[in-house]
Design a protein around this ligand. Structure first.
Ligand SMILES: Nc1ncnc2c1ncn2[C@@H]1O[C@H](COP(=O)(O)OP(=O)(O)OP(=O)(O)O)[C@@H](O)[C@H]1O
Ligand SMILES: [Mg+2]
Length: 284
């Protein structure tokens, strides 16, 4: 559970981000605490990826500040954010299809063993640690560290990437659309892992288009529309319909319905395609 007596692990204060004359993020203020899942919702182009890139050191804010444990910080590059425990998992787990599970788990920090005068990669040790880290998250199907990443399902790759971030001490886990390309069962696995990360006290920022996924794991929700924070609320304060409407932008939704109605009014006589007799060309 989150502890409100401590400062938020990560906070954005009045952050703007512009690219030349294009202002993409306007005056964003957000907080995420330990043991809390913050869901970041918004339509395509709303600014979600720009926001997480600003949090994870890919971009610096044009104005405003980022605070870690209540102290202002500047991340000049992603490595700076990583070193402070902010770990971002991209949609496909950011892993390498031709590497084994054990090898990819330790990219850049390989355990070694002595082989005569040489130090070589300790494959057995890497495999054992990687497999046990992912199994701790309940993914028992991964039991062989020699398997290639390319042979894992999307959900397994996500799970592995999250287990890796936690193993290497992440305090803030940023997940960019981790369930977007997954079927129901796979998505459920990833959502379970998100809850496990939360139980272990991590602050999780979960980016998604899928309101149902957000509602199952989120404690706190922020909706971005055209780069501004359109809503910021806690679990139970809004219904699924209200959130969906907000994401589409209430006006956009009404406009869409009007357009569709106008189309239907214009062509009331059109028969459904499947009832039309097949023409000779269509019947091949
Ligand atoms: N480097 C850049 N230079 C100029 N404009 C940019 C740059 N990066 C993003 N933008 C613009 O900022 C807006 C927000 O983009 P962003 O990728 O953050 O949206 P998003 O919410 O992640 O969308 P999606 O759901 O499609 O991933 C878009 O209009 C995009 O064109
Ligand atoms: Mg994006």
């Amino acid at each position: 559970m989150s502890d409100n007596s401590k400062p938020p692990v990560l906070e954005l204060r009045n952050v703007d981000k512009s690219f030349g004359p294009v202002e993409v993020l306007h005056d964003i203020s957000l907080k995420v605490r330990e043991g809390e899942v913050l869901c970041l919702l918004g339509d395509n182009g709303a600014g979600k990826s720009t926001l997480i890139k600003t949090l994870s050191g890919v971009y610096e804010p044009t104005r405003g500040s980022i605070l870690l444990d209540g102290q202002p910080v500047r991340f000049a590059r992603p490595k700076d954010a990583q070193n402070r425990g902010i770990s971002t998992v991209h949609q496909f787990g950011g892993t390498f299809p031709l590497m084994s599970i054990g090898r990819s788990f330790f990219v850049g920090v390989e355990p070694t063993k002595k082989f005569g005068p040489l130090k070589v990669f300790d494959r057995k040790k890497a495999n054992e640690i990687a497999v046990s880290a992912v199994q701790e998250f309940g993914i028992t199907r991964i039991d062989d560290g020699d398997r290639l990443i390319g042979g894992l399902s999307g959900g397994e790759r996500q799970s592995l990437a999250i287990a890796r971030a936690v193993h290497f001490g992440a305090r803030v886990l940023i997940l960019d659309e981790p369930t977007a390309a997954l079927g129901v069962k796979e998505a459920a696995h990833v959502l379970r892992i998100v809850l496990e990360a939360r139980r272990r006290g991590l602050a999780v920022i979960f980016i998604t288009h899928q309101v149902m996924h957000a509602l199952t794991v989120g404690d706190h929700f922020a909706v971005l529309i055209r780069g501004a924070l359109a809503a910021d609320f806690r679990k139970g304060e809004k219904t699924r319909e209200e959130i969906t409407d907000l994401m589409a932008g209430g006006e956009a939704m009404a406009e869409l319905e009007q357009e569709i109605q106008a189309y239907l009014d214009e062509s009331p006589e059109t028969e459904p395609v499947q009832n039309r007799p097949a023409s000779s060309e269509e019947a091949v």
